[in-house]
Design a protein around this ligand. Structure first.
Ligand SMILES: *Cc1c(COP(=O)(O)O)cnc(C)c1O
Length: 427
């Protein structure tokens, strides 16, 4: 039966838009490193009757009756989340990554307190205190960044000095446009030295951590981990917060209580139980051995793309990649702006995003770089050879920029896409 049969019959306008998106996702190549394809099981949970239910509170402690099954769903999600990341406590209610971060800030700080986070132009996220966000008016954000843009090395000594002088309550480590691994141990040691909570925002790399293809900040004494569930973790759009208290059970319990209060009633209303059921299903998928293979293949595929860019002398910020994404300085290397590159590649069926590079001289709306990665195409079964082919096509398009090149590339991309259908199941 058609997954959308009722929408099709009752609401042709919305149906047309959904159909269009289905086709776009099937026939193009998705390189936005924060996107992925979920299983049909996750999609079924998202459309389940659980969306009808109000469940304010937590399992066993709800404000309304009728919670027998919602309690089951949330408890399963919590237990699986803890198992995936080796956490003592998990809150699976945050509606997205932004909510998870704001709730973590609220749990660990008072308004006006200081938080030390990654420089936004060096890969930090909007929710790490960008001036356009409301949260930047509530807390005082101070910054650390890279010491060397060509290698990606963080300036840990400056980070420590800033921590010593600014006395932050929280040191935040994490990024959405940084292709290297952080030295979690160094950051955690500095947090201990200055008496700050060590918080890792692993929104982008949660799937790599869960699959053993990236280091887990909890293994290096981090207190709290915030994440999305829809990026490399391949679950429904959502967020969550985990804690170990740096390995100290009493500290973990104290932090967990603050986090639960901050999420509800501090920040959110009723949890989205359909989304929590979908998270539980995605966590089970991520606990399978096949997810380890997936996570490691993402890293191999991204490395294969980086190799092609290197061969063609396209400058990559930090010189390459250790994870699922690449940040390429297309303006510096090929003389085409990030915005123009995004448009041209889109014409060929390749979706990615323009992105500012460290110390960018161009405007944010049309920066020097493009950011792309392989989580979504790896889900579709692309291997290193396929990914190298995509990278070659990208470089050719961005170098030649003529209609014939774009049109030939479009045919090749279409062929690659349709020969790698989106899987319906991962277990
Ligand atoms: C994506 C992302 C977020 C925000 O997640 P949303 O679900 O879009 O709110 C927060 N932090 C980092 C590092 C991210 O990459």
């Amino acid at each position: 039966m058609d997954f959308y049969s009722h929408i099709k019959n009752e609401d042709p306008d919305v149906y047309a838009a959904i159909e269009g998106e289905e086709k776009r996702e099937r026939e193009g190549i998705e390189l936005i490193p924060s996107e992925n394809y979920v299983s049909l099981a996750v999609r079924e949970a998202m459309s389940s009757v659980l969306t009808n239910k109000y469940s304010e509170g937590y399992p066993g402690k709800r404000y309304y009756g009728g919670q027998e099954f919602t309690d089951q769903v949330e408890t399963i999600a919590i237990e699986r989340a803890k198992q995936l990341f080796g956490a003592a406590y998990a809150n699976v209610q945050p509606l997205g990554g932004a909510n998870a971060n704001i709730a973590a800030y609220m749990a660990l700080m008072e308004p006006g307190d200081t938080i030390l986070g990654m420089d936004l132009s060096h890969g930090g996220h909007l929710t790490h205190g960008h001036p356009v966000t409301y949260i930047s008016k509530v807390f005082r954000f101070v910054r650390y960044g890279m010491k060397n843009v060509e290698t990606g090395e963080i300036d840990y000594e400056a980070l420590r000095q800033t921590a010593l002088t600014e006395k932050p309550k929280v040191i935040l480590a994490g990024f959405s446009a940084y292709p290297r691994e952080l030295d979690w141990q160094k950051i955690s040691d500095i947090a201990k030295e200055v008496g700050a909570y060590a918080v890792a925002d692993v929104a982008h790399i949660a799937g790599l951590i869960a699959g053993g293809a990236a280091k887990n900040p909890f293994d290096y004494g981090f207190d709290v981990l915030t994440t999305t569930t829809h990026k490399t973790l391949r679950g429904p759009r959502g967020g969550m917060i985990l804690t170990t208290g740096g390995g100290d059970q009493a500290r973990a319990e104290e932090i967990a209580k603050k986090i639960d209060k901050a999420v509800f009633p501090g920040l959110q209303g009723g949890p989205h139980m359909h989304q929590i059921a979908a998270k539980a299903i995605a966590f089970r998928e991520a606990l399978q051995p096949s997810f380890k293979t997936y996570a490691h293949q993402i890293v191999k595929n991204t490395a294969a793309m980086a190799e092609v860019f290197k061969t063609h002398n396209v400058r990559m910020i930090t010189g390459g990649t250790d994870n699922h994404l690449i940040l390429a300085d297309v303006f510096g290397s090929l003389g085409i702006s990030g915005g123009e590159a995004e448009k041209l590649l889109d014409q060929a069926g390749i979706t990615l995003n323009k992105n500012a590079i460290a110390d960018d001289t161009r405007k944010p709306m049309d920066p020097s770089g493009i950011r792309f990665g392989t989580p979504a195409i790896t889900t579709r079964g692309f291997n290193e050879t396929d990914c190298a082919q995509v990278a070659e096509l990208m470089v050719e398009i961005l170098t030649k920029r003529d209609d014939a090149t774009v049109s030939n590339a479009r045919a090749a991309i279409h062929e690659l896409a349709v020969s790698h259908p989106v899987p319906e199941t991962f277990v």
